[in-house]
Design a protein around this ligand. Structure first.
Ligand code: 13P
Ligand code: SF4
Length: 330
């Protein structure tokens, strides 16, 4: 019988539109090692939409936004999950599939939103607003989720809030996501002064300048972690997956994704007929995921993400309530 082992050379076509062949060649050793280690360790790689194209298209098994990665993590049968993303995503995977070993390529991959709030802050908000339900963005630690009634992502925040049937919610920790969602739901939102260090930097002027540069011939899609004034001048706002779906379905001639810049490369590989304008803000935490750090985690089985059992039970309940709300519109 002939061997059908896939190697780096076979995978190049997956990234050929966005990764030069000479660059891919420098990664071949790591790619081949990761492919071998995935088999040896019985591991799968779940990768967020912000991963670089060589990770996203080259070596991962499942890709998506925070919501999709959470849903997919629940059904993983392999022994090991490598979460190519940030720490809260790995914790969420561990909460939803606790029997698996969950590794993160670099334990320093945090998130400015997750770091903006503690469990004590949530308890204080509850004390100040008794009886008001706490809706917590998944970009938080398990300790913060454990103090919450229900979680949400940028993809399902509207559905989650509307499912509660209340006039007022505490929505934490992203002040901009909260403001954007409040406008869509008519529910009064009490929030917290957290912000994403990547999306808070975009301004309405950036968008106006883009439109001027391309004489109006550019479709602007923004992530709802951007300030409301930015969302106001965009053509559409949605989660990373919803932005990808927009491009897939509408095929704009030219598009600007107002979000982390690696995502444009990932989508450009899929739709070479679309011209991607790349306003570039990188997330330093996401960028800690590299071929070398993924290989190292799998080789050494280090950087395991664990959650205290009592905390996990309460945090899981908030995430499971979110998942029970159902799928958001594409
Ligand atoms: P998504 O859930 O839209 O993928 O967003 C996650 C994130 O961290 C955006 O900055
Ligand atoms: Fe956190 Fe912003 Fe990075 Fe997303 S892009 S992980 S919200 S810091």
């Amino acid at each position: 019988m002939t061997s059908t082992l896939i190697g780096a050379a076979d995978l190049y076509r997956r990234v050929e539109h966005v990764v030069p062949a000479v660059e891919w060649a420098t990664m071949a050793d790591d790619v081949n090692a990761i492919l071998r280690l995935k088999t040896e360790r019985n591991a799968v790689i779940l990768a967020h939409n912000y991963m670089r194209p060589e990770i996203f298209h080259g070596i991962s098994d499942i890709v998506g936004d925070s919501l999709a990665l959470a849903r997919e993590a629940m059904t993983v049968e392999a022994d090991v999950i490598v979460l190519a993303g940030v720490h809260f995503m790995a914790e969420t995977a561990k909460l939803l599939n606790p029997a698996k070993t969950v590794l993160i390529p670099d334990l320093r991959s945090g998130c400015s939103l997750a770091e903006s709030i503690t469990a004590a802050d949530v308890r204080e908000l509850r004390r100040l607003h008794p009886g008001v339900p706490v809706v917590t963005y998944v970009n938080t630690s398990a300790a913060v989720k454990a103090e919450s009634d229900i979680c949400c992502t940028s993809g399902n925040a509207v559905q989650v809030i509307e499912s509660l049937g209340v006039p007022e919610v505490i929505m934490i920790p992203d002040q901009f996501l909260a403001a954007n969602i409040a406008r869509q739901t008519g529910v009064k939102v009490i929030t917290h002064p957290g912000a994403c260090e990547v999306h808070e930097r975009f301004t309405p002027n950036d968008i106006r300048q883009l439109r001027a540069d391309y004489a109006g011939d550019v479709t602007v899609l923004a992530h709802p972690e951007c300030p409301p004034e930015v969302v106001d001048v965009a053509d559409y706002a949605g989660s990373t997956a919803q932005m990808i779906n927009f491009v897939a379905e509408r095929r704009p001639t030219r598009v600007a994704l107002i979000t982390e810049c690696s995502m444009s490369d990932n989508v450009a590989q899929l739709y070479p007929d679309v011209d991607f304008v790349r306003p570039c803000n990188l997330c330093p935490h996401m960028q800690r995921n590299t071929m070398a750090s993924i290989r190292h985690a799998l080789e050494t089985m280090t950087n395991e993400v664990t959650v205290d059992a009592e905390l996990a039970e309460r945090a899981r309940a908030a995430v499971e309530r979110m998942l029970a709300v159902g799928a958001p519109p594409k």
